[in-house]
Design a protein around this ligand. Structure first.
Ligand code: ADP
Ligand code: ADP
Length: 230
C-alpha cells in the first residue's frame, strides 16, 4: 500500500532529511513513525502525499510509482490519502459541515452525495450534532475529530497523520487513537507520525523510528539505545 525503496531526500541548502529509507506498509496495516524533531518524519509523509519529491529512490502508493506521476495526475493519487495535521487546519469562518465537505466540493460531488457523506463522517467521529457549529465553538479534541472527519470523508484507503495528538492531553490523545483504530479495523492503512512515546507504548503497533534521516528501528517497540530517548 505504501512502499519506500532506498528513498533519500535532500533539501536545497544541503540538509539530508532522509537517507536510503526502505519499508512497506501492507493494506490494512496501522503503524507509527517516530523520532526527534528534525528526524525526517514530516518529510517522509510529504513524499507520500507528493508535497515533496525524493532526491533518490522510489515511493509506491497503491501500486503507483510516484516518480511516474506527473503534476496533472497528483490530485488522483491524493484521492487515496487522507491527511490529518497537528493544528487540524480548519477554516474558521466555515461551519463544521462545510469544513468536512470541502474535499468533496473540490472533487465536484453533488449536494445530495455531499450531505450523505459528511453526515456519515461526522457520525463516525461523534460530532453529527455539531455540524452547524463553527470551529471556535468546539474543544481542541473536538476540532481534531473534525479534522479526522474531513480526512476520511471520501473514504481513502490510506490515512496519514502528522502529530495528530500534539496539542491534546493523554486521555483525548487515546480517544483520537481509538478513532484511528476504528478506521483501521475496516481496512484503512494508517501511518501516524508522533514523538509521543507514551502513546506508542500503550498502543502496541509496528513502529518505524527515524534518527537524523535514517531508519534505525522497525518493529513493535520504539528504539531505546539508538533511536529516541524518552
Ligand atoms: P520532523 O518532522 O521529524 O521534525 P522534518 O522532516 O520536518 O522532520 O525535517 C527533517 C530535516 O529537514 C530537518 O533538518 C529540517 O530542518 C529539514 N527540512 C524540512 N523541510 C525543509 C525544507 N522545506 N527546506 C529545507 N530543509 C527542510
Ligand atoms: P509543522 O510542525 O506544522 O509540520 P514545520 O515548522 O515543521 O511545521 O514546517 C513548516 C514548513 O516549513 C513546512 O512546509 C516545512 O517543509 C518547512 N520547513 C521546515 N524546516 C525548514 C527549513 N529548515 N528550511 C526551510 N523550510 C523548512
Amino acid at each position: 500500500m505504501i512502499r519506500f525503496e532506498q528513498v533519500s531526500k535532500s533539501y536545497s541548502g544541503g540538509v539530508q532529511a532522509l537517507q536510503k529509507i526502505s519499508f512497506h506498509i501492507q493494506p490494512g496495516e496501522m503503524a507509527f513513525l517516530t523520532g526527534h524533531s528534525g528526524a525526517g518524519k514530516s518529510t517522509l509523509l510529504k513524499l507520500i502525499s507528493i508535497m515533496e519529491r525524493p532526491s533518490a529512490g522510489h515511493v509506491f502508493i497503491n501500486g503507483h510509482d510516484l516518480s511516474k506521476v506527473n503534476r496533472k495526475q497528483i490530485p488522483f493519487v491524493r484521492r487515496d490519502i487522507g491527511m490529518i495535521f497537528q493544528n487540524h487546519r480548519l477554516l474558521r469562518d466555515n461551519t463544521i459541515f462545510d469544513n468536512v465537505a470541502l474535499p468533496l466540493v473540490i472533487e465536484g460531488y453533488g449536494l445530495k452525495a455531499i450531505r450523505k457523506r459528511v453526515e456519515t463522517a461526522l457520525d463516525k467521529v461523534g460530532l453529527l450534532d455539531k455540524a452547524r457549529y463553527y470551529p471556535n465553538m468546539l474543544s481542541g479534541g473536538e476540532q481534531q475529530r473534525v479534522g479526522i472527519a474531513r480526512a476520511v470523508v471520501n473514504t481513502p484507503p490510506i490515512l496519514l497523520a502528522d502529530e495528530p495528538t500534539g496539542n491534546l492531553d493523554p486521555k483525548l490523545s487515546l480517544e483520537i487513537m481509538r478513532l484511528f483504530e476504528d478506521f483501521n479495523s475496516v481496512g484503512t492503512s494508517v501511518l501516524i507520525a508522533t514523538h509521543d512515546l507514551g502513546l506508542i507504548a500503550r498502543m502496541k503497533y509496528r513502529t518505524l523510528t527515524l534518527t537524523r534521516g535514517r531508519m534505525v528501528q522497525d518493529g513493535l517497540e520504539a528504539s531505546g539505545a539508538n533511536g529516541v530517548e524518552s
